[in-house]
Write a protein that binds this ligand. Structure first.
Ligand SMILES: *Cc1c(COP(=O)(O)O)cnc(C)c1O
Length: 364
């Protein structure tokens, strides 16, 4: 080993020591918040070797937040650990939340409420106009109801926050103690779950001697990305974080993420400041709109199912993957060596879209 290499090693182990100690500080800061354990954490970090070989670029890893364990898993579980604890601390006995018809957030919230012995009311907004009963009743909707939630639909464009407020008033007048969780669990409390995920991932990387260059994931109601932005800032990480949008245009998406990251950092109250430049969204893979399948999503979901044995979803992670794959092919990541795709879950929604994939391989 040349002296240069030795120096390099000393330097990188110095950085690792700093990251490790900042991760410890962040754990302590997070431990001040009430939290109920709902997820199987840490989630695994696995290489996707067949996908990496196929793309011929950087090594691609998957952070398995689809394996959080709560009702088939997903990214809302981490947020709900903090949100449900807050609900309990406030003496709530009933949870109200909202989402799109095939909301993964609604499903995980229904499961969390069931586990904690709370009632759960879910308002589902029809954002796609799909009338297929698989879409309206199977997948996540089936699971919401299995968990005992009261589910009711609203037409597209309804003011869902106003609907939740009205429902809360009705429940209050009936002597219940309702607690409203915003869509996607995305507020400064829920985003703490992804502040914690940033720490968890950084510690996993240290344990393996892995230098993560970029972290990519699907971004929607923005709590996941906002939490990651705040968490990565707290540990002074230079990981290139990129959200792939599933609904809003880029300006709006980045503004939402930035605003929530700032609020999350304030709530964390650990002296973390948010750099607007750390908030990056690519909204070029939304296609026809939220929840509307795209050809790129279909190809990405099929590719990962066939090459890695992994299931992604049509609304979020499939579009996120489409973005990741396309950007790798276009050389967006330059000479980066290790890219992590955060698998935010959602495969339960596949059962709401049984005809979206042009599937072969079945004979009577
Ligand atoms: C909710 C969700 C997202 C987006 O997370 P946000 O915190 O809402 O931005 C991504 N993937 C899946 C599968 C989801 O359910």
């Amino acid at each position: 080993m040349s002296d240069n290499n030795v120096l390099q090693d000393v330097k990188s182990s110095g950085t690792q020591d700093l990251t490790a100690s900042l991760c410890k500080d962040l754990s302590i800061a997070l431990a001040r918040f009430p939290r109920v354990r709902l997820g199987h954490l840490p989630t695994p970090l696995e290489p996707m070797d067949r996908l990496s070989a196929l793309l011929g670029g950087p090594r691609i890893w998957v952070k398995r937040d689809d394996c959080t364990g709560l009702s088939s898993g997903g990214n809302k579980t981490r947020k709900l650990e903090f949100l449900m604890a807050d609900a309990q601390a406030q003496g709530a006995d009933t949870i109200i939340t909202q989402g799109a018809t095939q909301s993964n957030h609604a499903r995980q919230t229904a499961a969390a409420a069931a586990k904690l012995g709370m009632a759960c009311h879910i308002l589902l907004e029809d954002r796609t106009g799909y009338e297929d009963t698989n879409y309206t009743l199977n997948g996540n909707v089936l699971m919401d109801r299995l968990h005992g939630a009261m589910v009711s639909g609203r037409s597209g464009g309804t003011d869902m926050n106003a609907e939740m407020e009205t429902l809360a008033e009705t429940l209050l007048s009936q002597g219940r103690a309702p607690y409203i969780i915003p869509g996607g669990g995305s507020n400064a409390i829920g985003a703490l779950g992804y502040v914690n995920c940033a720490r968890e991932l950084a510690e996993q990387a240290i344990d393996r001697g892995l230098k993560i260059d970029a972290l990519v994931h699907a971004t929607g109601s923005s709590g996941t990305q906002a939490g990651l932005v705040a968490g990565l800032a707290a540990i002074q990480s230079d990981i290139h974080l990129l959200g792939i949008g599933v609904r809003a245009p880029q300006d709006k998406q980045e503004q939402m993420v930035y605003d929530l990251a700032v609020k999350t950092a304030q709530h964390l109250n650990a002296g973390v400041s948010i750099d607007r430049k750390a908030v990056r969204a690519n909204c070029g893979y939304v296609g026809g709109g939220y929840g509307i399948p795209t050809d790129g999503m279909k190809a990405a979901v099929k590719l990962l199912a066939e090459t890695e044995g992994l299931l992604f979803d049509p609304v979020y992670s499939g579009k996120g993957l489409d973005g990741l794959i396309d950007l790798v092919r276009k050389g967006h990541f330059g000479d980066m060596e290790n890219i992590v795709f955060l698998h935010t879950g959602g495969s339960a929604a596949l059962f709401g879209y049984p005809d979206a994939f042009d599937l072969q391989g079945y004979t009577e």
